[in-house]
Design a protein around this ligand. Sequence first.
Ligand SMILES: [Zn+2]
Length: 383
Amino acid sequence: VRMADLGPIAEEVGALALVDHHVHPVLGREVTSGEFERLITESDRPVPAGTSQFDSQLGVAVRRWCGPVLGLEPSAPAGEYLARRADLGPAETARLLIAASGVDRLLVDTGYPRDGLLTLDGMRQLTGGRADEIVRLEQVAEGLAHSGQVSAATFAESFRAALWQRTERARGVKSIVAYRHGFAFDPSPPAPAEVTTAAGQWLRAIETTGDARLRHVVLLRYLLWTGVERGLPVQLHTGFGDPDVDLRLANPLLLRGFLERTGPRGVPVMLLHCYPYHREAGYLAQAYPHVHFDLGLAINYLGARATAVVAESLELAPFAKVLYSSDAFALPELVYLGALLWRRATARVLGEWVTSGEWSHADAVRTAGLIGSGNAMRVYKLS
Ligand SMILES: [Zn+2]
């Protein structure tokens, strides 16, 4: 990735082969312009009449940076961008953007399957086999409930067996307890009798309502602790997301009790997104040896302002605990932009410290490499 004029480490940061440790599948089908606008906001409400989601940091960044990858002038109008995208078709658009991202490895959260999203195999084909899986705990439990093969008495054991089977080749597990309950929960593992009672309540509710969405906090705690026992890195959604999350309750500081209890297990805890609590995450990463975090989602949504947040993520946090991710979902633009905006921000932030004489050039390049790929390689044991 060429990044002229971005300071003394621009070339090295541009050349990094990144690991994107939290990314979702992209769409394998066409998107309408209305759909595209809905995919560049985290709101799940209609775009207000008379406005466009392209009038945002992310919208401006799409036109500025993705346009040229698809053969347009920088900042070509949104209409031209969407027309060009439609001409190329979904497969070629994705191929061009992902190739231009310089991302070498993707850890794909497959736990939110939506119509038209590529499967893990589809993502592998798109990336030349460089995609691995992260398994969502809640999805495994909900699948089990749907199968009808489980009772209150067998739930705990069946979930455990299903998780071990589903994660045979996975690189990590993920919890969305932030969405389903928030972090104000009893941080200890629930007792077996509590799990049986809760599973009975949940399974009966599914029978009457047909809705298998798991919100029972006892079961959410059981899933999370079983995820810890599995021994793979445990990703947790924290901070910014769609309005389904109560942002006040997604503050990672609320996880203190859970982090105190999981520390001795030595299982890495990966706090995802974090914004606007990235400074809190930096504190937790310093306080607890097993805590790591990223700025996924935020970097894309902050666009030209991502530089400020990348700088803030490098205050308290030890540099071996900060990871790169895009949190791209559905649009391959978000895979490309996440990588590009992270490179631009990182080159500027670290480069400025080199220029002012506070950091050596070698330290800046080495730190960018840790965040861009080295930390993910170590924590997820990627070869
Ligand atoms: Zn995500």
